[in-house]
Design a binder for this molecule. Structure first.
Ligand code: AVJ
Length: 356
């Protein structure tokens, strides 16, 4: 996949201070750090990426394009589907093991999160941290301002003691900073199988970049990964999670074309593409594609893209891990052998690793 062009940002920085002191009451009083992508830069990035991906062979589009407002709402619906077990499986690990996870990290701690979205599962970890210390600084990093607003609005109400410092950033293409309060430790969350969207090389780059900000031996990364097919999970179950009966995942996949129509004035006919999901055992990943059902030409800002019948656009990889594969990935990225928290259904696992 092509390295996306960096998005230029306007940074509004208000200093963060006294993060654990009792007088800090809300994100406002703690100060907040906002990075606002300029609309022009985002438009440019979408155009560049879309044209590059659609002119290559085979055709591809990057999965970050899924998450505009409509796509983020569709993803929320996916997490509630009977077939999509991932979110529930991870949430139940947190429900059972949050105390143990939190007490394994140095404290007081701050919790940062890459690709937080609305942070719906993070509350369980924040609540466990808030039982150990009076103030917990939560630093969600995401590309979606609406998701961050929701997190900043709700979490301090639900969990007294939580102070939210949101950062609008694409953690792949942009820099991000994790604030470390005095004498504190950092627990960095990269959960929800988000790492699964990246091939081994990109995954290592993401983990190494994060590793640079985890300098203390009792800092930690918590990584949530979906497991490869095993005796408790069939390939059919795995595929169903990405090809649900109600067609929500198909709509989520096609939204990428709808977005190019909306934002770039492209003329994709959504009815002339079908959603396809399959398991690629060689690379241990689910692949999602949009398959052109006919010969057709699509125009994007004056550029013509032709499709043969049956030709596909590869829109997503979702890697599925074994414990052994994850240990190797962590080792190659500068982390220790992890503590392993596997759900009782053997569907999902969470790994807690320290800088090595
Ligand atoms: C958000 C990347 C974890 O790979 O399972 C859900 C996205 N794609 N259904 C995943 C997704 C299709 C999801 N991640």
């Amino acid at each position: 996949m092509l390295e996306p062009k960096p998005i230029s940002c306007i940074e509004l920085f208000l200093p963060c201070e006294s993060l654990y002191s009792p007088e800090v009451e809300s994100a406002e009083s703690a100060g907040s750090f906002l990075m606002i992508e300029t609309t022009d830069a985002l438009h440019e990035a979408i155009l560049t990426e879309a044209l590059a991906g659609l002119s290559s062979t085979p055709k591809t589009l990057p999965p970050w394009l899924f998450y505009d407002e409509a796509g983020s709402a569709l993803f929320e619906k996916i997490t509630e589907l009977a077939e999509y077990y991932l979110t529930r499986a991870e949430r139940s690990i947190f429900a059972e093991r949050a105390e143990e996870i939190i007490s394994s990290v140095g404290h007081p701690l701050t919790i940062a999160e890459l690709g937080s979205g609305t942070a719906s599962k993070t509350g369980l970890l924040l609540a466990a941290a808030a039982r150990r210390q009076p103030r917990v600084l939560y630093q969600p990093i995401d590309v979606s301002p609406s998701a961050l607003e929701q997190a900043a609005e709700n979490l301090p109400k639900e969990i007294p003691g939580v102070v939210v410092r949101p950062q609008i950033a694409n953690y792949i293409t942009n820099g991000y900073t994790i604030e470390r309060p005095d004498d504190g430790f950092v627990l960095a969350l990269y959960i929800g199988s988000s790492i699964g969207n990246f091939g081994p090389e990109e995954a290592r780059a993401i983990l190494r970049k994060l590793r640079k900000q985890l300098k203390k031996t009792a800092d930690a990364i918590l990584l949530g990964v979906d497991l490869a097919p095993n005796c408790n999970k069939t390939v059919e179950q795995l595929i169903a999670a990405y090809d649900d009966a109600a067609g929500v995942t198909a709509a989520f996949n096609k939204n990428i074309l709808a977005r190019l129509n909306r934002e770039l004035g492209a003329d994709f006919n959504l009815d002339a593409f079908r959603h396809r999901a399959y398991f690629n055992p060689q690379d241990s990943r689910i692949e999602m594609h949009l398959v052109s059902t006919i010969a057709q030409t699509v125009t994007i800002e004056g550029k013509r893209i032709t499709f043969a019948p049956g030709e596909s656009i590869h829109t997503e990889n979702s890697y599925k891990f074994t414990e052994r594969a994850l240990i190797e990935l962590l080792r190659d990225s500068g982390y220790s052998a992890p503590q392993w928290f596997q759900g009782s259904d053997n569907h999902f696992a969470v790994a807690l690793a320290y800088p090595a």
